[in-house]
Design a protein around this ligand. Structure first.
Ligand code: ADP
Ligand code: MG
Ligand code: MG
Length: 899
């Protein structure tokens, strides 16, 4: 197979093979844009290298051939002494990934060719500057030398020369620095910096391959759920130079503001600089509009190209460019990352500009982003009322409101957050080593770097609040403190609040309020209202489109009338799961105790008789709240012991009473009963339908309460639509027994209400079951004979299919499993499609074969998880049910599953 592609041979849809960077460089080349020539080594070559530990056969020859063609085109050879061709070696995976070796610039420079570069450019300073950069980048990323050693040497050189910035260093200073750098490399690695240009290139390529498996890269992939077996491509690009004097420079740009989505001129530019200088914050960058006054021709050309790119990609693009002595070069583009708010705004802006259809716009946003928009913000009244102590103002890099204790290093961030503290990670600037801390922190604050700095880019990707470039802050990581203007000092552990939407930094804790998107769903803010911003309008339109498209219905998991009202506001089309557990707690617990301990039928009937009216009232309120929509009531599910006193406590009480000589008959009986009912695995014990079959009258009482509540509502002119759901069924016989019992109860309620047509109509109550045990899924065809509906209880099903208990394992071995890549994500969060999912699919098919009109839904946590919703759509469920707050996410994703 072909392992190397020239830029003229690729295109943007080859990201799997050429990586994102390579595919887009090829696309731009073929669009006729000014891209320096080069070629891409495929991800396949990387996978082969990582698998075998050496370059695949033929790679060297292919690289040689493409290099020869490049040399031919450029009219000079790599590292040629009198006029060297220089190249960059750039990693580029399918998904952009901080944490991998990024790029080595100026490959091909050596003791010999540095002179040639000086002569050819007529700029000796430039030549030595380029060489010292090569040593620095190569030394750090390819040879593994601690980058601080180079930085410290550079700082020392600047100090010695009283230089304010690197620009003040002269050719001879840089030449001396090159010597120092070489010594550092030799001392640290025991090896010389390679003088042979091809050797430099080959080593750099190998380092890129290896960086795929670096610790930080793996961590990032786990975070972002990127598969570990993709590998990275490597791009070899002819160098163009932004460090050739004031008429040269380098910059980054967006076709729209990645924070708000607004069109305009967004970006940063740095004169006389190379590569990462812009984002590394070594000097202060200029806002991109200023390029117009510096070099109008290049600016106009850049605007023209940005227009072409945005039209071509039909989306926001971000761009890296370099100007070499007045000539503009494009070095990278991609469809840009953006905040959740910008994603929604941009999607509808593109619709309004006639660039994409509503269906496509729906594809441009997702439920994870919608979830982010529902996060709270700082209380504006509190802030504008002057109650919040603002101590600094930085760049609003990634929105959200974060409050936490100040920490100044990643290690502390992780440590404190593990012990339950909320922390804000504060750094001068971040680098990939800070990734763990950034994950652990509520928010990130830096004193240096712009919207495209590492902190900003990574935080946006993670949906973390970030304020960067708060230059007024003097961050002293060694002493674990920062100083703000006016002598304010924040020490480690002090509370700070940062607002990633405004860039404000506050001392202390600022109260947080709901987001406008939540207010919109709550119905307190209307999309067209004056105070509703563009974002709410965008959410409104995209939600409406999703609702119009989706086939899946959405229901809520709700147990109370209040939850039910909220669920309706959030778009619920019914209740998919009403748990009845809580209806037996509190003061009713004692009645349950009596029920469990009853010696005689009379005692039991008495207890049930007292519970019945209470249960009934619960349902009346719920049916009223959900009037006209289905309400699936699950009969009592949890293990018995949850209703009984704690065995140890009770034993102690009884023992103490005995010692005092006033032991109570009742307590003793209770203790005996608790002993008898004690289980070592209660979750696999007496619960669900088993409970209903063992305690006579319990389910009958619940069913009667549901039926009588329906009658009461119907007689009051309401439209109650209860459905009865039996939990933890493993075999059709269990269901048969409950059904017989239910039919008797319903018949008696019907007989008592024969006078009311509407009541009788509402007493045709569906009876169905949860599918939450493997056996139920495997015998779904039989179970469907007795069940009018299935609701997949994917929480229990996941536990029983995997054989682990969620309460126990998430804290114990899940982290290890995630790290080892056994799971990409917890199976309790996103449905395990291969295992649990195949049981679901099979049960759907078998159940429908028995009963074609079988209603199918899901009521586990997965009902509100974006990926899982797509799966449930595909297997043909009728609805998903989730907590009220996740309903909008389910609606959006159900719509996205269709378009
Ligand atoms: P990253 O993926 O971290 O952005 P890049 O491969 O894009 O890494 O390169 C880092 C920096 O070096 C970018 O600013 C890029 O524009 C610059 N760069 C890469 N190749 C060249 C080149 N051939 N000439 C000039 N600058 C380059
Ligand atoms: Mg980089
Ligand atoms: Mg780049």
């Amino acid at each position: 197979t072909k392992l190397v592609y020239d830029f003229t041979e690729g295109h943007k849809d080859l990201k799997d093979l050429l990586g994102g960077k390579g595919a887009n460089l090829a696309e731009m080349t073929n669009l006729g844009l000014p891209v320096p020539p080069g070629f891409t080594i495929t991800t396949e070559a990387c996978r082969a290298f990582l698998g075998e530990g050496e370059e695949p056969a033929g790679l060297r020859d292919e690289v040689s051939a493409h290099l020869a063609a490049l040399e031919e085109q450029m009219g000079k050879k790599l590292g040629q002494a009198d006029d060297p061709l220089l190249v960059s070696v750039r990693s580029g995976a399918k998904f952009s990934m901080p944490g991998m070796m990024d790029t080595v610039l100026n490959i091909g420079l050596s003791d010999a060719s540095v002179a040639g570069l000086a002569t050819q450019s007529g700029d000796e300073r430039f030549a030595w500057d380029s060489y010292r950069r090569l040593l620095q980048m190569f030394g750090r990323t390819v040879m593994g030398v601690d980058g601080d050693l180079f930085e410290d040497a550079l700082t020392a050189a600047k100090k010695a020369k009283k230089a304010k910035s690197d620009l003040d260093l002269k050719a001879k200073d840089l030449k001396a620095l090159v010597e120092t750098f070489k010594q550092i490399v030799l001392k640290e690695t025991g090896r010389e910096f390679p003088q042979d240009p091809r050797e430099q290139m080959d080593q750099a390529v190998r380092a890129v391959f290896d960086s795929w498996n670096g610790e930080r890269a793996r961590l990032y992939r786990r975070q972002e759920r990127i598969p570990h077996d993709l590998g990275t491509a490597v791009n070899i690009v002819a160098m163009v130079f932004g460090n050739l004097g004031p008429d040269s420079g380098t910059g980054v740009a967006f076709t729209r503001d990645p924070a708000t989505g607004h069109q305009g001129v967004y970006g940063d530019y740095l004169q006389n600089a190379q590569g990462e200088d812009v984002v590394a914050g070594i000097r202060n960058t200029l806002p991109l509009p200023e390029l117009e006054t510096i070099d109008k021709a290049s600016f106009d050309e850049l605007m023209r190209i940005m227009g072409i790119l945005e039209k071509h990609y039909r989306d926001l693009c971000d761009i890296e460019f370099t100007i070499e002595r007045g000539k503009l070069w494009m070095l990278q583009t991609r469809v840009g990352k953006r905040t959740a708010a910008a994603a929604f705004r941009i999607a509808v802006q593109l619709v309004d500009q006639g660039i994409v259809s509503m269906d496509e716009a729906l594809q441009r946003v997702n439920g994870v982003q919608l979830g982010r928009l529902m996060f709270p913000r700082f209380d504006e009244e509190y802030v504008s009322g002057g109650h919040a102590a603002r101590i600094a103002w930085g760049i609003a890099a990634s929105p959200g409101a974060a409050v936490g204790k100040a920490v100044f290093d990643s290690y502390t961030a992780v440590k404190w957050s593990r012990s339950g503290e909320k922390v804000i990670l504060i750094r001068r600037e971040t680098n990939p080593d800070d990734l763990n801390g950034m994950i652990a922190a509520e928010g990130i604050l830096t004193s240096r770097g712009g919207k495209t700095s590492h902190a900003a880019v990574v935080a946006r990707g993670m949906g973390k609040t970030c304020v960067c470039g708060a230059e007024e802050l003097d961050v002293d990581t060694k002493r674990r403190r920062f100083t703000a203007p006016g002598g304010v000092v924040i020490e480690e552990g002090d509370l700070v609040s940062i607002d990633g939407s405004s860039g404000h930094v506050y001392k202390g804790e600022v109260p947080v309020v709901a987001s406008p998107v939540v207010e919109y769903f709550e119905g307190t803010l209307h999309a067209g209202a004056d105070d509703a911003d563009e974002l709410v309008g965008a959410v409104h339109r995209l939600m409406a489109h999703a609702d119009g498209k989706r086939r899946l219905r959405v229901r809520a998991n709700a147990d109370t009338a209040e939850d039910a009202f909220r669920a309706r506001r959030y778009g619920a089309q019914g209740i998919g799961l009403c748990r009845t557990e809580h209806m037996f707690l509190g003061e009713r617990r004692e009645l349950v105790e009596r029920l469990i301990l009853a010696d005689s039928e009379t005692e039991r009937e008495e207890a049930l008789g007292e519970l019945l009216p209470m249960q009934k009232q619960d349902f009346v309120r719920l049916f009223e709240a959900m009037d006209g929509l289905p309400v699936t009531v699950r009969l009592l599910d949890p293990p018995l012991h949850e209703f009984l006193p704690d065995i140890t406590e009770l034993s102690v009480r009884v023992a103490l009473a005995e010692a005092r000589g006033d032991s109570q008959e009742n307590e003793l009986r209770l203790l005996q009963a608790v002993h008898k009912l004690h289980e070592s695995n209660p979750m696999l014990g007496l619960r669900g339908v088993r409970l209903g079959l063992v305690i006579p009258g319990l389910f009958a009482m619940q069913i009667r309460a549901i039926a009588e509540a329906a009658v009461e509502r119907a007689r009051a002119g309401g439209d109650p639509r209860p459905e009865i759901m039996i939990p933890l069924v493993g075999t059709v016989q269990e269901l048969q027994l409950v059904r017989d019992e239910a039919e008797q109860v319903l018949a008696s309620v019907r007989a008592a209400n024969a006078d009311s047509k509407s009541a009788l109509k509402r007493l045709r109550i569906k009876l169905g079951t949860m599918i939450e045990l493997p056996r139920a899924a495997l015998t779904a065809g039989q179970i469907a004979e007795e069940a009018e509906f299935f609701s997949f209880g994917t929480n229990d099903l996941t536990q029983t299919v995997w054989g682990f208990s969620r309460d126990d394992v998430e804290a114990s071995f899940f982290t290890a499993y995630l790290e080892k890549g056994i799971f990409g994500v917890s199976p309790f969060e996103t449905l395990d499609v291969d295992g649990v999912g195949s049981l679901v699919a099979r049960a759907v098919e078998d159940g429908r074969r028995t009963r074609p009109d079988l209603k199918l839904g899901v009521c586990g946590e997965h009902g509100g998880d974006p990926d899982s919703v797509h799966f449930f759509h595909q297997v043909g469920l009728d609805y998903v049910s989730c907590s009220p707050f996740r309903l909008p996410i389910a609606r959006l994703e159900a719509g996205r599953a269709v378009v």
